[in-house]
Design a protein around this ligand. Structure first.
Ligand SMILES: Nc1ncnc2c1ncn2[C@@H]1O[C@H](COP(=O)(O)OP(=O)(O)OP(=O)(O)O)[C@@H](O)[C@H]1O
Length: 345
């Protein structure tokens, strides 16, 4: 059973400056929470407090009902913390994973069995005899996770676990991590500044901005209903457009209807649109009139930038782009399923 984590009225300073201010944050036993925030948002600071590396300057953090202020061996046994750098020792991979078991005085044979099983779970058992420092970044991340999981912790804290991996290795890594965690009710908190990482594995995503919780919801809620433009940008909405809601609920840019409607009251809003939700239609169709300023190939689509009534990035499927030429005219229509209407700050 994973452990419950609680954060209450926490204030924490670094270099004389308050960098974390969280009144309340709870993580239920077995829950998987991602903390998403830009560089410097306070993510690592929060993990360090949860890991009892340091106590908060004010307030309280508890793990399984015990305050981290007192540290303690029992608390450290329950929590595994994989820091941003894999931090492996310059011995063999197997030895790196065995070491925490040796500190716990696990007999040698059992140690080996458990370490090999952990390496197998992360698909790196074939590297057991290799020097740990001579591995690729992705291999080191896997070994580091095997080392964290070998003690069967109640809580796993992960700081940017897939940092430095390419897109393909990243999704393979998360798939294997998911598999490794599948039969365990372990509480997981992972931090990342990339939405595509934060949204994977998570039951819940906590958005941290300037040391404060800005939004707390399911990956679905974050995607569909970011609370404002800063969260929308973090989630990956490429376009943020100033717009107005008319008295009938229609959304206008300038005075031109976008085709979107909303239950927001009349007044200024921001339209957040994924580039894949921006459709370009012929210039004599209804929509926002634009001129195509650039067309460039992207993975599976063309990236098209437009300006005019609105400046936007559109991802247009290859087969639909034959008539899209730089300098040409078009109209923009939004796909409501890939668009969110947000209050304007
Ligand atoms: N040793 C330190 N001394 C002074 N300020 C620090 C120190 N470490 C971090 N900070 C500051 O504390 C704030 C929070 O840092 P933290 O490392 O928790 O952010 P983060 O969200 O994890 O960032 P990143 O994504 O870049 O790792 C930042 O403004 C940072 O500049």
């Amino acid at each position: 059973m994973g452990a419950e984590l609680t954060v209450r009225e926490v204030r924490h300073r670094r270099g004389g400056r308050e960098v974390l201010r969280i009144d309340r944050l709870d993580v239920a036993p077995g829950e998987r929470v991602s903390v998403l925030g830009p560089n410097g948002a306070g993510k690592t600071t929060l993990l360090r407090l949860l890991a009892a590396v340091e106590p908060p300057h004010a307030g309280q953090v508890t793990v399984a009902g015990h305050s981290t202020a007192y540290g303690g061996v029992e608390l450290r046994r329950q929590v595994a913390y994989a820091t941003q750098r894999a931090g492996l020792l310059s011995t063999s991979v197997l030895r790196n994973v065995e070491l925490p078991l040796q500190w716990r005085k696990v007999p040698r044979r059992r140690r080996r069995e458990l370490a090999m099983a952990a390496l197998e779970r992360l698909r790196v058992a074939h590297l057991a005899d290799r020097p740990a420092r001579a591995l690729s970044g992705g291999e080191q991340q896997r070994v580091s996770l095997a080392r964290a999981l070998v003690l069967d912790p109640d809580v796993l804290l992960l700081d940017e676990p897939a940092a430095g991996l390419d897109a393909r290795s990243r999704s393979a890594f998360f798939a294997d991590l998911d598999q490794a965690l599948a039969d365990r009710a372990i509480t997981v908190v992972q931090v990342s500044h990339r939405a595509e990482e934060a949204l994977q594995l998570a039951d819940r995503v906590v958005v941290l901005l300037g040391g404060r919780v800005h939004q707390d919801g399911t990956p679905e809620e974050l995607n569909r209903r970011p609370v404002d433009a800063s969260v929308a940008a973090l989630v990956g909405y490429e376009n943020l457009v100033d717009a107005e809601v008319g008295p009938d609920g229609s959304v206008l840019v300038g005075r031109t209807p976008t085709g979107l409607t909303t239950s927001h009251p009349a007044g200024p809003v921001t339209v957040a649109a994924f580039a894949s939700g921006v459709q370009l239609v012929p210039a004599d169709w209804p929509g926002l009139p634009v001129r195509i300023t650039r067309v460039s190939p992207g993975p599976g689509h063309r990236s098209v930038t437009v300006s005019g009534a609105v400046s936007l990035l559109a991802h247009v499927p290859f087969q639909a782009t034959a008539s899209l030429l730089t300098g040409g005219s078009a109209r923009v229509v939004f796909d409501p399923a890939l668009t969110a209407i947000l209050p304007r700050a």
